[in-house]
Design a protein around this ligand. Structure first.
Ligand SMILES: Cc1cc2nc3c(=O)[nH]c(=O)nc-3n(C[C@H](O)[C@H](O)[C@H](O)COP(=O)(O)OP(=O)(O)OC[C@H]3O[C@@H](n4cnc5c(N)ncnc54)[C@H](O)[C@@H]3O)c2cc1C
Length: 289
């Protein structure tokens, strides 16, 4: 089944994300986490793709396990900046062979020191979307950035390029993490005005430790609102308290999004079934309503 068909259903959908291990030794542990997350009845589980392409075979393995063994919808991420066009084509062919129908098409970050652009690599995600479409009937997702992508000085350029990406064949979008829902509502308003009509899944990252917060900020450049900073200031040095407060903050964000009519939410669960389960526990009646 294609994710876009699920997103069109008139009900609340919660999806989760996992990342592949850096080495094959870690695979069992990730599979175990995936098995537990699958029990939470997610709309789908997405599997990220290592920036250097080195973990690509594990992304495919995990996405295949989700779909073919657990019978849960899976979304395989695929980045193109750090691989040649032929390498990317091979990965798409392999995903097709494994019966994976849903791909999140990404450019990926440009590795330091790499000559880019390069005629032998796809330059932007929209070029990857065009390539995936040549390989069959995939459902294609892509990334978007409510606070703007770090490489763009002007948010209006970001939205113009996002429109180009969606028009090249994107079925749905997932956002970068954000911690202030008003930023998301404002973004939605601006992209709808620009004529982007595909479903947008807000990406919610439960921050359960001070170290995770620092890393998230470095990776995404996101703004942490005063309310979140107060939580970090008060509970950041107590791991159990910070975990509880981080789960409550993410739950609160999700409830606000649902209360404002959003039906599809993606949770960056980061191989943590305990965190995913704690959030779902907070939403049991809300999801049914
Ligand atoms: C939901 C989500 C999932 C992610 N998963 C992964 C993952 O699994 N692995 C990973 O390595 N990274 C992942 N990333 C990070 C992502 O790869 C980086 O943010 C990367 O820098 C941009 O990728 P993109 O697909 O958004 O690129 P693009 O859409 O190609 O955009 C990249 C930049 O180029 C600009 N641009 C686009 N088109 C044009 C154009 N025609 N002319 C000029 N400028 C243009 C955009 O505005 C943007 O600034 C994810 C991000 C998100 C939000």
């Amino acid at each position: 089944m294609k994710i876009i068909d699920r997103l069109r259903e008139d009900k609340i959908h919660i999806s989760f994300e996992v990342f592949p291990p850096k080495t094959d030794e870690g695979l069992d542990k990730v599979i175990h986490a995936v098995d537990e997350i699958a029990q939470l009845n997610p709309a789908f589980i997405s599997v990220t793709y290592g920036a250097g392409g080195g973990t690509s075979k594990n992304t495919a393995k995990i996405a295949s396990h989700i779909k073919n063994d657990l019978h849960v919808l899976s979304l395989a991420h695929l980045t193109c900046a750090s691989s040649t066009k032929d390498e990317v084509r091979n990965v798409i062919g392999n995903l097709k062979k494994l019966g994976i129908e849903n791909i999140l098409a990404l450019r990926g970050d440009i590795p330091e020191g790499m000559k880019f652009p390069d005629t032998n690599r796809f330059r932007y995600a929209y070029e990857l979307v065009e390539e995936i479409k040549k390989h069959g009937n995939f459902c294609i997702g892509a990334a978007c950035y409510p606070e703007g992508h770090v490489e763009n000085e002007h948010k209006s350029d970001d939205i113009r390029y996002l429109k180009q990406k969606v028009d090249s064949g994107v079925d749905f979008l997932t956002t970068q993490m954000f911690f202030d829902n008003d930023i998301h509502y404002n973004f939605l308003y601006r992209i709808r005005e620009a004529g982007i009509t595909v479903p947008v899944l807000p990406g919610i990252m439960p921050i359960t430790s001070a170290a995770q917060m620092k890393k998230s900020q470095q990776l995404s450049g996101t703004v942490f609102p005063r309310r979140f900073l107060a939580i970090l200031d008060r509970f950041g040095s107590s791991p159990a308290a910070m975990r509880q407060a981080g789960i409550a903050y993410a739950t609160d964000q999700i409830i606000d999004l649902l209360a404002n009519g959003i039906k599809n939410i993606h949770i960056y669960s980061m191989n943590r079934p305990d965190t995913a389960a704690a959030i779902m526990e907070n939403l049991t009646e809300i999801i049914k309503s």
